[in-house]
Design a protein around this ligand. Structure first.
Ligand SMILES: Cc1ncc(COP(=O)(O)O)c(C=O)c1O
Length: 372
């Protein structure tokens, strides 16, 4: 509907559903709807942010200290690193730079809910390639979907919201099939939580130097727990990143975000410990859900997926009534972030009653307690 907009708006933009954030939780509820980190910022972060008091000054436009730091870590030059106000903003910049009207952007579906809107804003057409029954990318089908009009392909590993990774072997075979002048965005927002040794690793893809068309996206929002400060990064060919820089809104990465990211990188040991504890909690949650009879795809991020299908909104309501805010995708499933230890217990209590109400043969139910 555009008739209620008082000015002329591009029809494809007016048609977009308004952005809906994961619901805020009341004081006694757990917010498990946005894949946030339940831990406080890493040691030293708050003090460092507090010390950044020159609020009357613009930040360093290219966050050069953070770029240098990440460049050293990835073994690239600072020009091959780009910082954004969250990795989602870099995703938007890359799509604006690569794909316009008449062009196509290929990605798996269901995947990160921001992809359709960002492609539409760029003016490009989304080509959605269905994920497999177990929530994985179908990379053969994605490669088949690439045409002469394709300007960008997005691979999300682990896939938000379903959870499985893309393997390194699958990714390598896929990139071989994609024309070298098509941008491949490897969205690794949850990379730090991955425990599957076969998973694609953007760092290795970049180190091989074989595919200059691949740009890796990572973020400080999830594992590093800096979602509120908005800071993410891309690593890839400097000329591709120059194009992203050209479409970026200048000066959006604050000095506070930059120093918080630097301080978080200094706390590597604590980071590893926290990430490992979330991964353990996640694996326990998945095992317990399967035990209850849920069919749960492999979970490699900080969230799990329940394929509640037509029962999705009712299931989300049951969680909410039990004090847990989850992310429902109507008609499809619900995503639940791995939060505080007490939140996991609460999730399991509610999940047990929800699964018992699902009819035999429902997509959310597993065969012998797993995916099998
Ligand atoms: C797959 C994926 N990519 C990117 C992002 C964006 O994260 P941010 O913009 O906070 O870096 C998210 C956040 O939920 C995500 O799930």
């Amino acid at each position: 509907m555009t008739s209620d907009i008082p000015v002329k708006i591009r029809p494809e933009i007016a048609a977009l559903p308004p952005y809906k954030q994961g619901r805020q939780a009341g004081a006694d509820a757990f917010k498990l709807s946005s894949n946030e980190n339940p831990f406080d910022p890493l040691p030293g972060v708050i003090e460092t942010v507090r010390s950044q008091t020159a609020l009357n000054r613009y930040p360093d436009a290219t966050a050069s200290r953070l770029r240098e730091r990440l460049a050293a870590r990835f073994g690239v030059t600072p020009d091959e690193v780009h910082i954004g106000a969250g990795s989602v903003s870099i995703l938007a910049q890359l799509l604006l730079a690569a794909a316009g009207p008449g062009d196509e952007v290929v990605y798996a579906w269901r995947s990160f809910e921001a992809y359709p809107g960002l492609a539409a804003v760029a003016g490009a057409k989304s080509v959605l390639v269905p994920i497999t029954d177990d929530g994985r990318h179908d990379l053969q089908a994605m490669a088949d979907a690439v045409t002469g009009r394709t300007r960008a392909v997005i691979v999300c590993s682990p896939n938000n919201p379903t959870g499985p990774i893309v393997t390194q072997a699958e990714f390598d075979a896929f990139v071989e099939r994609v024309p070298a002048d098509v941008l491949v965005i490897l969205d690794e927002a949850y990379a730090e939580f991955v425990t599957d040794a076969d998973a694609v690793d953007g760092e290795e893809v970049l180190a091989s130097g074989r595919h200059p068309n691949v740009v890796v996206l990572r973020t400080f929002s999830k594992a590093y727990g800096l979602a509120g400060l908005r800071v993410g990064y891309a690593v890839g060919h400097s000329r591709i990143l120059d194009a992203a820089r050209s479409t970026a809104i200048p000066l959006s990465v604050t000095a506070q975000a930059e120093v918080a990211a630097l301080a978080s990188l200094d706390a590597e040991a604590e980071l590893i410990e926290r990430v490992a504890s979330i991964a353990v909690r996640r694996d326990q949650l998945v095992a317990a859900l399967r035990e209850q009879g849920w069919r749960v795809p492999d979970a490699q991020g900080n969230f799990v997926w329940l394929s509640t299908g037509a029962e999705t909104l009712a299931a989300a309501q049951a969680f909410e009534e039990g004090g847990v805010i989850v992310r429902p995708f109507a008609g499809d499933g619900i995503r639940i972030s791995v939060g505080e230890a007490e939140a996991v217990d609460r999730v399991l209590e509610i999940a047990a009653s929800v699964v018992s109400g699902l009819p035999e043969g429902h997509s959310g139910r597993g065969i012998s307690g797993g995916l099998a």
